[in-house]
Write a protein that binds this ligand. Structure first.
Ligand code: 5GP
Ligand code: MN
Length: 335
C-alpha cells in the first residue's frame, strides 16, 4: 500500500526528518532517501531539527538541507503541515526533533518510521529493527523491497556508506553482521570512493579541539569498583577553546579504552545554564539504553545511549555518583 503510493506514478510531497544534531547515520540515511525520492520525481524536503557538525558538510546533498531555526520556522511548519508523507529517520521518540514535534502533530501526513533504536513509538508505517547496526541498512532494505536497487547510484551509495561506517565505528562494533558487509559490498559496486569517504570521516583535530580533548582527559575520573570512567566539559571550557559543534565527539570513547572499564560517561554543558547532555557508552552486557531511560529520560542502544539532565553540571554528576554504586552492584548480581 505504501509502496504503491510512493513508487513514483503519483507525485507526493515528502518530508524527511532526521533527529536533532544528526550524526553520520541520520544524515546519510536521510540524504540517500532525498536523492532516491527525487529520482522517483517526488517533491522532497530534508529538514534537520538543528545544525549538524561541519565535518559532514562534504556529504552529497547537504547543501539542500533545510535547517530548522527561528528564521526558517514558518517555512518548516508549512512544509510539514502540507506534506503527504513524513519519514522519521534514525530516531523513534519525538523528543528528538525538538520544537518540530508541534507541527508534526498538526500534519495529516502519513508518518513512516525508519529506525534501529529499541522500543519505538508507533507510527503509520514501521521499518524498525533494533538488531541492525545502522538505519542506513534499513534504507537499503527499503529501496530493495521496492525493487529499486538499480536506482542506487554513486551519490546514494556514498550517503548510505557514511551511515554504515559511522554507526559501526568503521565496521568494528559488535552490531556488525554479514548483512552489513553484504550491503557495504553492494555499495562499493556502485563506484564509491572509499579513500575519499574514509579520509572525510576519520577524526580530525585542530589545536583547539585537541586541547579540549586534553582538558576532558585531565578531568577523567575512574570509579574502579564500578568499572566506570566519567568526565565532563563545561561551557567556560568551550569558550576558551573556540568550540565548534562536533569538537567533543569521541571524548567518551577514551574512558572505554582503559583496562577493566565497561562504562564510560560524558557530561556536557554546551551553553551556560543549558540542560546537561549526557553520553553513555558500555562494553558487553551493561545496557546503557536501560540505564539512560531509567535515570536520565534518554535512550539509545545497548552500548551507546544519551540522556539529558535539567540540573546543573555539578548536581548532575552528584546525582550520577549516588546512583552508580548500587546500580553496578545489582547489575553484577544479575549476570
Ligand atoms: P550520543 O552520545 O552520540 O549523543 O548518543 C548515542 C546514542 O544515544 C544515539 O545514537 C542515540 O541513539 C541515543 N541518544 C542520544 N541522546 C538521546 C536522548 O536524549 N534521548 C534518546 N531517546 N536517545 C538518545
Ligand atoms: Mn543510527
Amino acid at each position: 500500500m505504501l509502496f504503491s503510493n510512493i513508487n513514483g506514478i503519483n507525485k507526493k510531497k515528502i518530508v524527511l526528518l532526521p533527529h536533532n544534531n544528526p550524526d553520520g547515520d541520520a544524515l546519510g540515511s536521510s540524504l540517500a532517501l532525498l536523492f532516491y525520492f527525487r529520482k522517483l520525481k517526488h517533491d522532497v524536503d530534508l529538514i534537520s531539527p538543528t545544525e549538524y557538525s561541519e565535518s559532514f558538510q562534504w556529504i552529497p546533498g547537504t547543501e539542500d538541507i533545510l535547517v530548522f531555526s527561528k528564521k526558517t520556522q514558518s517555512l518548516v511548519e508549512k512544509k510539514i503541515v502540507n506534506s503527504d508523507y513524513i519519514f522519521l529517520i534514525d530516531f523513534n521518540n519525538l523528543s528528538r526533533i525538538n520544537n518540530i514535534k508541534y507541527f508534526f502533530s498538526c500534519s495529516k501526513a502519513k508518518k513512516i518510521l525508519i529506525d534501529h533504536h529499541p522500543f519505538p513509538f508507533c507510527f503509520d508505517f514501521m521499518f524498525s529493527d533494533s538488531t541492525v547496526a545502522a538505519t542506513s541498512i534499513l534504507v537499503f532494505r527499503f529501496i530493495s523491497d521496492m525493487n529499486n536497487l538499480d536506482k542506487i547510484d554513486k551519490k546514494i551509495a556514498t550517503c548510505l556508506y557514511v551511515g554504515l561506517m559511522t554507526d559501526t565505528g568503521f565496521f568494528r562494533f559488535p552490531s556488525m553482521t554479514s548483512e552489513t558487509h553484504f550491503i557495504a559490498g553492494r555499495l562499493i559496486e556502485k563506484g564509491i570512493d572509499l579513500n575519499y569517504i574514509y579520509d572525510h570521516l576519520r577524526e580530525k583535530y585542530n589545536e583547539n579541539r585537541l586541547k579540549l580533548l586534553s582538558k576532558a582527559l585531565k578531568k577523567l575520573i575512574i570509579i574502579k569498583k564500578c568499572r566506570t570512567a566519567y568526565t565532563s566539559i563545561k561551557a567556560s571550557d568551550l569558550n576558551f577553546y573556540s568550540y565548534k559543534q562536533g569538537d567533543t565527539d569521541g571524548i567518551i570513547t577514551y574512558g572505554l579504552g582503559i583496562k577493566n572499564i565497561i562504562f564510560s560517561v560524558f557530561f556536557f554543558e554546551e551553553k551556560e545554564k543549558s540542560p546537561i547532555k549526557i553520553s553513555f557508552r558500555s562494553i558487553g552486557n551493561f545496557d546503557v539504553n536501560i540505564f539512560s531511560r531509567k535515570y536520565f529520560g534518554g535512550g539509545g542502544h545497548k552500548n551507546a545511549a544519551g540522556g539529558i539532565s535539567e540540573k546543573s553540571l555539578s548536581e548532575t554528576i552528584e546525582y550520577f555518583l549516588n546512583i552508580i554504586p548500587n546500580y553496578y552492584k545489582n547489575f553484577m548480581f544479575s549476570i
